[in-house]
Design a protein around this ligand. Structure first.
Ligand code: HEC
Length: 157
């Protein structure tokens, strides 16, 4: 009985030891991966700016400050593009889906441009409708492409 108990506990010790070895071996690997993790795409910076500008527009809509919406909308409509080399990498990855991806981007440009025009007229209701169209274009592209693109360029996240 005592020896059986002893065997069990040494088995546990072995398991713990193996777990430690595993973690010990695993952790530095994780750090190494972190150290060599893919540099963020310029696309990500562009997206973060888009996010900030959309937030600022939401704030302006709440204040019914249509002039401010008209001022901010072009920042969404004419957002910068990634550098050519990055664009090539993204297009190469997208392959035959490139047109669909571009379609969402076009929709963002068009809807944000329309939002600028109605904001200039001070048409609050139309601003809100066009804002929703902009947001739908963001969502459409994210739902269709974001997860797989992030996995491809950064590994799983
Ligand atoms: C044509 C496709 C497309 C459109 C349109 C688009 N996005 Fe994105 N967005 C992406 C992709 C792809 C990523 C992932 C980029 C990355 O992680 O490098 C992303 C990521 C983001 C992120 C997360 C950035 C981070 O730090 O991880 C934000 C915020 C964002 N988008 C905001 C917006 C907003 C707001 C709009 C609309 C005004 C928009 N996006 C329209 C493709 C798009």
């Amino acid at each position: 009985m005592t020896s059986r108990k002893h065997r069990l506990s040494s088995g546990t010790v072995v398991t713990i030891f193996a777990t430690c070895l595993f973690l010990w071996g695993f952790q530095p690997q994780a750090w190494a991966d972190g150290a060599t993790a893919a540099k963020p795409l310029e696309l990500r910076n562009i997206m973060q700016d888009l996010g900030r500008n959309m937030q600022a527009i939401t704030g302006a809509i709440s204040q019914e400050n249509w002039a401010l919406v008209a001022q901010l909308a072009p920042k969404v409509a004419a957002h910068p593009e990634p550098p050519v080399t990055e664009k090539m990498r993204i297009l190469a990855y997208l392959g035959t889906d490139a047109a669909k991806f571009r379609g969402f981007d076009e929709k963002t440009h068009e809807a944000a441009h329309a939002m600028e025009q109605v904001a200039e007229r001070g048409d609050g209701r139309a601003v809100i409708q066009s804002f929703a169209r902009v947001q739908e274009s963001c969502l459409g592209c994210h739902q269709g492409f974001r997860k797989s693109l992030v996995e491809h360029f950064y590994g799983t996240r």
